[in-house]
Design a protein around this ligand. Structure first.
Ligand SMILES: C[S@@+](CC[C@H](N)C(=O)[O-])C[C@H]1O[C@@H](n2cnc3c(N)ncnc32)[C@H](O)[C@@H]1O
Length: 281
């Protein structure tokens, strides 16, 4: 990365940069995190909290569920295996190609059965529909879904997260549920380092200027945006949703897995993930 730091980056620049970045990073990202992400697992973040344990989305059988920033669609596949009708949406074609690779690998395995809840077996693994689109401009009519979910998908990577929440609310039916995880905002103040250097606050938690990596010509190649906890709650409410819970998964004792800046050392002291659960009245 020729240069990296904090500077403004608007929707168009952010979207262009992150699409190219995730296209490029997809194969590496999936290989690096395959042990945590699995094939048809629903994991909310590096702490390893699963939807099996958390039950934040509620019953999904027969429900229409949209996953934002689905990557290789592991969560979408988990939902489909439990009877949901799922669309996995991602900005990056590279990530969706990884989803297709996992699907093909699964169906190629002799006798591949749905890795669904205990007791289900024999059926071919149901695969979610995949769609390349931007989470801030969802190509669906109003009330098309019973639930919208994201495990670190899209939310940290969009310049205008109000638009993402507005779109989420629009495509949810009344009574529908939105559950989206993201980097815990408090991490913004600290160096993104899994070691002791990551325990010292180096910038203001209140500074919303995004983190941007850029090429030698000053063009953004990656952008990550920060909102405080209060910002997020206000955006969800402005979108017309009711916040039900803010889940901060603790780092489980004995978990020694390091994921970028997420580590046992930091996890013992600081929250790493925030899961926002909301409903549409
Ligand atoms: C950290 S990955 C998470 C992927 C997956 N949910 C997982 O748990 O592995 C973030 C994903 O968000 C996608 N993304 C980034 N910006 C997006 C946007 N504006 N709209 C939709 N997806 C986006 C990226 O392409 C990437 O696949």
């Amino acid at each position: 990365v020729p240069s990296a730091g904090w500077r403004p980056s608007d929707h168009a620049e952010t979207s262009r940069a992150n699409r190219a970045w995730w296209d490029e990073a997809a194969a590496w990202y999936q290989a690096e995190h395959a042990d945590v992400l699995g094939v048809a697992d629903f994991v909310w973040g590096p702490e390893g909290l699963t939807e099996d344990e958390a039950g934040l989305v509620g019953p999904v059988a027969g429900r229409r569920v949209l996953e934002l920033g689905c990557g290789a669609a592991q969560c979408a596949r988990w939902l489909a295996a439990r009877g949901a009708v799922v669309v996995g949406l991602d900005l990056s074609w590279g990530q969706l190609a990884q989803a297709r690779r996992l699907a093909a690998a699964g169906s190629a395995r002799p006798g591949a059965a749905a890795p669904g809840p205990a007791g289900t077996s024999g059926a071919a693994r149901p695969e979610p529909a995949l769609l390349q689109a931007d989470a801030t401009a969802l190509p669906f009519p109003p009330a098309a879904f019973d639930a919208v979910v994201a495990a670190y998908g899209a939310l940290p990577f969009v310049a205008d997260s109000q638009r993402l929440w507005d779109e989420t609310a629009r495509v949810l039916r009344p009574g529908g549920r939105a559950v989206l995880s993201t980097t815990h905002p408090v991490r913004w103040a600290f160096a993104d380092d899994p070691g002791p250097a990551g325990l010292t606050a180096i910038r203001s938690y209140f500074d919303r200027i995004p983190y941007v990596e850029q090429d030698a010509e000053g063009r953004a190649t990656y952008a990550e945006h920060h909102r405080t906890v209060g910002d997020l709650v206000r955006q969800v409410r402005r979108a017309g949703l009711v916040v039900e819970d803010l889940v901060e998964p603790p780092w489980p004792e004995g978990r020694d897995r390091v994921w970028g800046g997420w580590s046992p050392l930091r996890g013992a002291l600081l929250p790493g993930t925030l899961v926002v659960a909301a409903t549409k009245p």
